[in-house]
Design a protein. Structure first.
Length: 151
């Protein structure tokens, strides 16, 4: 697998967003529409456990916590600048666990209701390996969600 962080390093830029720089209403609308197009509504996430791979600065995590009442969410992020903002943006939430790990080497024995990997998977040489891992982390009847583009 290609290291997705190397992709951004090759561009000599880091893709990071800060929640304070964005309009929360716009984030909520964008996230709602993104999930709605996949057939998911906020109630589908109610009281569910989520693993989010490549969480970035946490705008999706923030939406899931604030608008979807998730039970618990584990964020996996290795990009230093994103991780710093992720921790800051989600510091007030008790149901968030942040792991400073590369997706390629991440291991987890837990099962989640949803596994999310957005705007990341297309940077892998063999995305099917990651997709297989994602499915392994899903509870029976759970869902793996991946996206190649902004919703």
């Amino acid at each position: 697998m290609k290291d997705h962080l190397q992709y951004y390093k090759s561009l000599k830029q880091e893709v990071t967003l800060d929640l304070k720089d964005l309009n929360l209403k716009e984030i909520y609308n964008q996230r709602f529409n993104f999930y709605f197009l996949m057939g998911l509504t906020p109630s589908d996430f109610n009281n569910k456990s989520i693993l989010e791979l490549g969480s970035g600065t946490g705008y999706n995590t923030y939406y899931l916590i604030k608008k979807c009442n998730v039970k618990k969410i584990t964020c996996v992020e290795k990009n230093y600048n994103s991780l710093k903002k992720l921790k800051k943006n989600l510091a007030n939430f008790k149901n968030v666990k942040i792991k400073n790990q590369n997706i390629n080497s991440y291991k987890d024995k837990k099962k989640y209701d949803f596994v999310i990997c957005e705007n990341t998977i297309d940077n892998f040489l063999n995305p099917s390996v990651l997709l297989k891992k994602m499915m392994k982390w899903c509870k029976a009847g759970g869902g793996a969600n991946y996206s190649y583009f902004w919703g």
